[in-house]
Design a protein around this ligand. Structure first.
Ligand SMILES: Nc1ncnc2c1ncn2[C@@H]1O[C@H](COP(=O)(O)OP(=O)(O)OP(=O)(O)O)[C@@H](O)[C@H]1O
Ligand SMILES: [Mg+2]
Length: 220
């Protein structure tokens, strides 16, 4: 269970409130569509849920986020990631290693997964996303869409309970949009929670909950 309790946020005293007294509960298997025009705060909300705000980006934040009764403000970001993992809107902010294989090994290495199991996990996720051909590629040479797929693959190797996907379909062809949509459905069937911030209608068809960001900007 993920519980968002009375969140209010603005970046600074001169900027408007992006989120006003917002509460929300998600349970295992929920697919939550985070909708709203550009600038309404979709990325901001996802950053708050995983603790990037206020740990990396600061602002005036009140309210709490609990995952399975644990207050995430009491965890460090590396402690949050295996529970709640963020796919960033801009993949360059999330790629750190020279090759795809090294990139995908990083999270399970940190979790002390045995080396032979890491190899299995990497091969399995590359196969699921139909990108085995990218395994030995240099990360800097990937296209924007390929970078999105690799950052998605890297958070899948963490097997978090909650996925926060910020524009996961950006830069992807229709074929890949369908493939990632199916991956989201599979993760949901396996009891994961998935939040998806997206400009398009791709996610709305199979989300069972929706957060309308425009509504959260207003005082009520
Ligand atoms: N670090 C920051 N400091 C100050 N203001 C910020 C910061 N990050 C974002 N903002 C502002 O907060 C507002 C919401 O931004 P955010 O990126 O959350 O919107 P979004 O809904 O994700 O937009 P998009 O659909 O374009 O991705 C914007 O006005 C933006 O300029
Ligand atoms: Mg955004």
């Amino acid at each position: 269970m993920l519980t968002v309790n009375n969140i209010t946020f603005r970046y600074n005293t001169n900027s408007p409130f992006l989120i006003n007294d917002f509460s929300f509960t998600a349970k295992k298997g929920d697919i939550v569509s985070v909708q709203g025009d550009s600038g309404t705060g979709k990325t901001t909300l996802l950053n708050i849920i995983c603790g990037v705000i206020p740990k990396v980006f600061t602002g005036e934040l009140t309210g709490t986020i609990h995952h399975d009764n644990i207050d995430i403000s009491e965890l460090s970001l590396p402690e949050v990631a295996p529970r709640i993992s963020l796919l960033m809107q801009h993949p360059d902010n999330q790629l750190f290693f020279p090759t795809v294989e090294q990139e995908l090994a990083f999270a399970p290495e940190n979790l002390k997964v045995p080396v032979k199991d890491i190899t299995l996990r990497i091969d399995e996720v590359l196969s699921r996303l139909n990108i085995e051909n990218l395994k030995y590629k240099e990360t800097t040479l990937l296209s924007f869409g390929q970078k999105k797929l690799i950052t998605l693959a890297s958070i899948i190797t963490l097997s978090p309970e909650v996925y926060l996907l910020d524009e996961p379909f950006a830069g992807l062809s229709q074929e890949y949009i369908e493939l990632i949509s199916n991956e989201i459905k599979t993760q949901s069937e396996n009891g994961k929670m998935i939040f998806v911030a997206d400009h398009t209608e791709d996610i709305v068809q199979f989300a069972n909950k929706t957060i309308e960001m425009g509504m959260l900007n207003e005082k009520h």
